[in-house]
Design a protein around this ligand. Structure first.
Ligand SMILES: C[S@@+](CC[C@H](N)C(=O)[O-])C[C@H]1O[C@@H](n2cnc3c(N)ncnc32)[C@H](O)[C@@H]1O
Length: 335
């Protein structure tokens, strides 16, 4: 199920909650920064938490402050560098997903980026490189797994050039700092914020039964030299990623998050949570809407609305229909 969380949805929620300058928003599962970027665009202060090194890295790069002329200059130097065969220090895992010439390009550009840039500029270029690499790969994400799908691949240098150009356009569009945006490594079950800090929460927690955050980004992690997240930090994940998801563990974790959200919200704060039912090959659909409503009301929130935004058949591996799984937005308010 493709997630419905998008810039347009977040912008609509920010406007619908009448948030503006002087207000502060929390996204305790910030991922690659959709809420943070929308807040920055609209000039609303925002805090984002996550526990995933790759998500934190990408969010920080997307929200960084850059000099566009400097980005143009370093991109020009990088793309003009004549190719020299690099030493490819890739694991057998990584080698499965790229032909040798693409791996050589990746390691060549990585080496150059490490020579040219430092700090924020280097991370910006590396993010463009990893994005380009993922367009020139045989890797295909399938739930929590990464599989090989052979296909014709475009030239990495061209893809990198295009990515750098649209990433610079995004920086220009967002302009100079209009709001204070903070990205922090923090477990949403134990939030690092004082009581009654935020005017709103806009977030999308991991969906029940979805484990892609633990293992599905290994290719990107290896290119960037980042560690995968430790499973015990991920909401609702069993310690051993081979195990089947346990709805009880998920609801237990989610209820800790809901209690923490209540604690850090100011009275009158609005909360928007995007959630989805779980779909399990043996058990079928596990409903999330009612348990989430019960835990929110037990924490002290008032439910304003639960809007169904998507309905899908939940199917078994043999494509047998097991039920209908719904995706919804929960709107809550702290009295
Ligand atoms: C559905 S995604 C959020 C997507 C996000 N809206 C975006 O724009 O990318 C859920 C996120 O929750 C993070 N996460 C999982 N467990 C967490 C925890 N205990 N504390 C904070 N973040 C967690 C995952 O790493 C993932 O980035």
């Amino acid at each position: 199920m493709k997630e419905a969380f998008s810039r347009d949805l977040v912008v609509m929620l920010i406007r619908g909650f009448y948030l503006g300058k002087g207000n502060s928003v929390l996204d305790p599962f910030c991922g690659v920064g959709t809420t943070l970027l929308a807040c920055k665009e609209l000039g609303v202060d925002c805090w984002g938490y996550d526990v995933h090194p790759l998500m934190l890295f990408v969010s920080r790069v997307k929200l960084g402050e850059y000099d566009v002329r400097e980005l143009e200059e370093v991109s020009r130097v990088l793309l003009a560098a004549p190719f020299e065969r690099p030493e490819v220090r890739a694991s057998d895992f990584l080698r499965r997903f790229f032909p040798q010439h693409v791996l050589e390009d990746i390691f060549f550009f990585k080496g150059k980026i490490e020579e040219i840039g430092s700090g924020a500029i280097r991370d910006f270029l590396l993010t463009a490189l990893v994005g380009a690499a993922m367009e020139c790969t045989w890797a295909r994400r399938d739930g929590a797994a990464v599989k090989v799908r052979m296909r014709k691949l475009p030239p990495l240098r061209e893809v990198l050039s295009r990515r750098l150009s649209w990433m610079r356009d995004d920086v220009e569009r967002l302009g100079v700092k209009r709001a204070s945006i903070t990205v922090k490594e923090c477990d949403a079950r134990r939030m690092d914020a004082d009581d009654e800090t935020f005017d709103a929460v806009i977030t999308s927690p991991p969906y029940l039964g979805k484990f892609e955050y633990a293992r599905a980004y290994r290719v990107e992690e290896e290119i960037l030299g980042l560690e995968p997240p430790s499973p015990e930090k991920l909401l609702g994940s069993p310690k051993n990623p081979e195990e089947v998801a346990d709805p009880e563990l998920y609801f237990n974790d989610l209820s800790k998050v809901v209690n923490e959200m209540y604690r850090v919200c100011k009275p009158g704060a609005d909360v928007a949570l995007l959630a989805s039912d779980g779909c399990f090959p043996k058990r079928g659909v596990v409903e999330v809407c009612q348990p989430l409503r019960t835990m929110a009301e037990r924490a002290g929130f008032k439910t304003r609305r639960a809007l169904v935004i998507n309905r899908r058949f939940c199917t078994s591996p043999s494509r047998r229909k097991l039920g209908i799984s719904q995706e919804y937005i929960f709107l809550l308010r702290k009295p």
